[in-house]
Design a protein around this ligand. Structure first.
Ligand SMILES: [Zn+2]
Length: 89
């Protein structure tokens, strides 16, 4: 069924929860967070900034990584390293 995605207002074929496939699959890959699909189309810099912001709020690395759409612990550790390096400057 075609419609407007409930999470990003993008027209497309809606498959579940009022979301498009891209958003639905992003949501399942993120571990089905309660607040819906993580944001799409972030650049790495934007994602890292978002990750750092969430971490600064006291959220643990794994959870913070999931919230910005990181799937693998290895990637999350990489972001954590970048975050620490960035906070020194
Ligand atoms: Zn969407």
């Amino acid at each position: 069924m075609n419609g407007i995605c409930a999470c990003c207002d993008t027209p497309g074929r809606i498959i579940a929860h009022g979301w498009r496939w891209a958003c639905y699959s992003r949501w399942t890959r993120a571990g089905r967070p309660a607040d819906g699909p993580p944001p799409a189309r972030l650049t790495k810099a934007e994602r890292l900034a978002e990750y750092a912001w969430i971490r600064a709020a006291g959220v643990e690395p794994i959870e913070a990584g999931r919230r910005v759409g990181l799937q693998h612990e290895r990637t999350i550790r990489h972001y954590e390293t970048l975050r620490k390096a960035g906070s020194k400057t």
